[in-house]
Design a protein around this ligand. Sequence first.
Ligand SMILES: [Zn+2]
Length: 109
Amino acid sequence: MEPRESLKGIKRDEESCVLEFGDNSRFRVEYLAIRSRCQCAKCKPRQVNEQRRLELEQEVARLRMEKPRVTQVGRYGLQFEWPSGCSSGIYSFSHLRKVADESGLELST
Ligand SMILES: [Zn+2]
């Protein structure tokens, strides 16, 4: 079996996506959850503590969430191109697994 942190696939819907990992687990994750843990140079420092992370989350919640374009980066991450900006961050597979574990809804296989 592949490691639980390797991403095998992503299926994009309008407001959320399904992430499938190396251990065959699948999670439905809202784009809001992914975007509010944005990995770009501007947003990353805003996640150092819970207070600042919540502020960022509230800002993101006010944006119109649109289906992003997704590009794979090497063998370790994805880049999400959000229509409302913030597209330079790279979301490593291990980061996405963390977001899925914390905020995703695990789907039965
Ligand atoms: Zn950002």
